[in-house]
Design a protein around this ligand. Structure first.
Ligand code: AMP
Ligand code: ZN
Ligand code: FE
Ligand code: FE
Length: 278
């Protein structure tokens, strides 16, 4: 692959991906990617060790994270890039999220137990090295392992999805306060997978917020969808990023590098990353 490709959206074992950060770097090399950002849910734990490894592997890595936020009752994902990996505001937001995730996991276990499912903390944390990074897919996996559901889709559709029987409401930070935190860290804020936002009023509100870009290229995008989002980004002078949302075996249909960011855009993000991580 001669064309420059940078996949700016993927997950590791620091959240709900199945490959470790170094395994993702190895896979990026095998796939022929030149640039990468690891964007775990609400965690920058991957960056405590991975920057020297990426550099040695010849992968141009920029800092990233995918924040969970809420706007008008809808769950909205915000990608942050290029911030300093030592930023106090990003670290503190991640740490609040990790506490929230642990509390939520305990509440979901209680709800599952009430439904008669024998699921305990050790079933969901399993072989994880720490309690950090826990998410609903880990709980879904424990339900599959115990034979309660046949796959992740069924676990979300019947129990863990928003508004379902064992869904625990969450007090997520608002999209606005998350944008303010990213900008305090001199990072760039991108609205993730906008095609998943079904409510037009919510989308309109988001598009009037101070985002720096839109995730215009995504694993399952088709050409007409790409055009819709690039036109919106173009109108606002926003960055047009792209990535696969790779999670490893837990989402086997999505491969690393199946969607990417153009070199020109990548260089703008990288320039900011280098300033913030000198
Ligand atoms: P959490 O961040 O713990 O709330 O979990 C969100 C994760 O669950 C994201 O990676 C989603 O891709 C995944 N997810 C959400 N809904 C579904 C679904 N219906 N089927 C499979 N995975 C899902
Ligand atoms: Zn995920
Ligand atoms: Fe997401
Ligand atoms: Fe994601």
């Amino acid at each position: 692959m001669d064309e420059f490709r940078a996949d700016l959206h993927c997950h590791t074992t620091c959240s709900d991906g199945t490959l470790s950060p170094s395994e993702v770097i190895d896979l990026a090399v095998q796939t022929g990617l030149k640039g990468l950002s690891i964007t775990d849910h609400d965690s920058i734990d991957a960056y405590t060790t991975i920057m020297p490894y990426a550099a040695k592997s010849g992968i141009e890595l920029i800092s990233g994270v995918e924040f969970s936020t809420v706007h008008k009752g809808e769950s909205i994902h915000v990608l942050a890039y290029s911030f300093s990996v030592n930023s106090p505001s990003i670290s503190s937001l991640c740490s609040d999220h990790q506490k929230r995730r642990e509390r939520r996991a305990s509440r979901i276990i209680e709800l599952l137990n009430k439904e008669g499912f024998e699921i305990a903390e050790e079933d969901i944390y399993g072989s994880r090295e720490t309690k950090r990074g826990i998410g609903r897919p880990h709980i879904a996996q424990a339900m599959i392992d115990k034979g309660y559901v046949k796959d992740i889709k069924e676990a979300f559709r019947s129990y863990l999805g928003e508004g379902k029987k064992c869904y625990a409401r969450d007090d997520l930070p608002s999209t606005e306060e998350t944008l303010a935190c990213i900008h305090e860290a001199n990072g760039l804020a991108i609205l993730a997978h906008p095609h998943l936002i079904n409510n037009n009023g919510v989308l309109k509100g988001l598009l009037s917020m101070p985002f720096d870009g839109l995730e215009c290229f995504y694993a399952r995008f088709n050409i007409s969808q790409n055009k819709r989002w690039t036109a919106i980004a173009d109108l606002r002078g926003w960055l047009m990023t792209g990535g696969s949302d790779f999670h490893g075996d837990i989402k086997p249909m999505i491969s690393l590098g199946s969607s990417w960011t153009r070199e020109e855009t990548f260089r703008k993000l990288q320039e900011r990353h280098l300033i913030n991580n000198r």
